[in-house]
Design a protein around this ligand. Structure first.
Ligand SMILES: Cc1ncc(COP(=O)(O)O)c(C=O)c1O
Length: 380
């Protein structure tokens, strides 16, 4: 039934063997820098590649400061701590996201509130956010209070789904009005820009992931970007066990975390970063080829970048008319060795978050049943 799609993907990747959803490409200085790192013996969290990576990613994204972390989840956790999110606070996010976004909220003892996504961006809807805050919260003493629970909504974590930016400038204005700290989950959107500004650079802090499936990878790694010097200093402190800098003394002035990216991972990442531009170019070529191909059918819609944005097209996606068609497609493609995957189960359906408050989730539910990711590895 979907033979034409399978053939097209096999021709595009020039193979009849298994085609994964997303695999990394190591075509630059990866081995050279890794060897350098091993020879130096500085393989752990102190080393020149960690600092070099922080300088380079700050420069690339236009953020003043970048703090390298062990992964994107730890970067999210620290960002929520920077927002002073504590036990019994609440944090707004979208139900259509990877579980790490909500796990990090739970690490702080806080509860998520789920607000719908936009159908066009698949990221937090600015109008749904505005509607919720206007009708279901009150501002008291420069704090946003949830009328239903009486709890403080401290932060908001929108996510740029599959690399496509959401309307983050509008979200920022709304959060500012309600005294809500904005953390952009830009884990998937390294190389994506909204209105010519890099994602992760709109909120008080932004979070990125360099997991093995991302556009560039450290094996495991993440980072926090910010333009706020005090937040940057605190992030570095918290991620390095809150050790007070001293030549020999071991002093820690608060409970900190061992979340700093090791030099070994940073060495890999510095090499990957050198090829980001070419990866981005190739990803856009692949997306254009998919868009062309899917243009001629009415069975599915290829997801294109939203207006005002320049997406990294990290994971390409198609939208089916209904769940039945989607399931037939998933079954046939995976049986034929072409890896495809449905979008995540909505967070409010997972046992850990099923008691969380949620607003009208019409778009999230609609998308959940219809979206499929198709192979998206860079073709060089
Ligand atoms: C939206 C989102 N947030 C957070 C993460 C967590 O990043 P990591 O796997 O590096 O911990 C990921 C990806 O893995 C993600 O896709």
């Amino acid at each position: 039934m979907f033979e034409n799609v399978i053939n097209f993907i096999q021709e595009t990747y020039e193979t009849k063997d298994f085609i994964p959803l997303h695999e990394p490409r190591f075509v630059g200085n990866e081995k050279k820098y890794l060897n350098e790192c091993i020879d130096s013996t500085f393989v752990s969290s102190i080393g020149k590649f960690v600092v070099e990576f922080e300088e380079k990613i700050a420069n690339y994204t236009g953020a003043k400061y970048a703090i390298a972390t062990s992964n994107g989840t730890s970067a999210l956790h620290i960002s929520l701590l920077l927002a002073n999110v504590e036990r019994n606070d609440e944090v707004i996010t979208q139900p259509l996201t990877f579980v790490a976004t909500c796990n990090a909220i739970s690490y702080c003892g806080a509860q998520p509130i789920f607000i719908d996504v936009g159908k066009d961006t698949m990221g937090l809807s600015s109008s749904a956010l505005k509607d919720f805050l206007e009708n279901k919260t009150s501002v008291k003493n420069q704090q946003c209070i949830n009328n239903k629970t009486g709890k403080v909504i401290k932060a908001c974590v929108p996510m740029h789904t599959f690399g496509h930016p959401c309307r983050i400038d509008e979200i920022k204005d709304i959060c500012d009005k309600y005294y809500i700290f904005l953390i952009e989950d830009a884990a998937e959107s390294v190389g994506s820009f909204y209105k010519d500004k890099h994602t992760g650079n709109f909120g008080q802090v932004g979070v990125m992931s360099f997991n093995g499936n991302k556009i560039i990878t450290a094996g495991g790694g993440g980072c926090i970007v910010t333009n706020d010097k005090i937040l940057a200093k605190k992030a570095k402190h918290l991620t390095t066990t809150a050790k007070v800098p001293h030549k020999w003394d071991f002093n820690h002035d608060m409970v900190g975390y061992n979340y700093r990216m090791p030099n070994l991972n940073a060495a890999l990442l510095v090499a990957q970063l050198e090829n980001l531009e070419i990866f981005l170019l190739k990803k856009r070529e692949l997306a254009a080829a998919y868009a062309d191909f899917f243009n001629y059918t009415t069975t599915y819609n290829f997801v294109k970048e939203p207006i005002d944005s320049h997406s990294n097209y990290w994971l390409n996606a198609i939208i089916f008319k209904d769940k039945r068609q989607r399931d037939l497609f998933l079954d046939e493609t995976n049986s034929e060795g072409v890896m495809t995957r449905p979008i995540w189960t909505l967070m409010n359906k997972l046992p850990m978050f099923e008691h969380a408050q949620y607003d009208d989730l019409t778009n999230s539910k609609w998308l959940e049943e219809r979206i499929v990711n198709i192979p998206s590895s860079v073709i060089l």
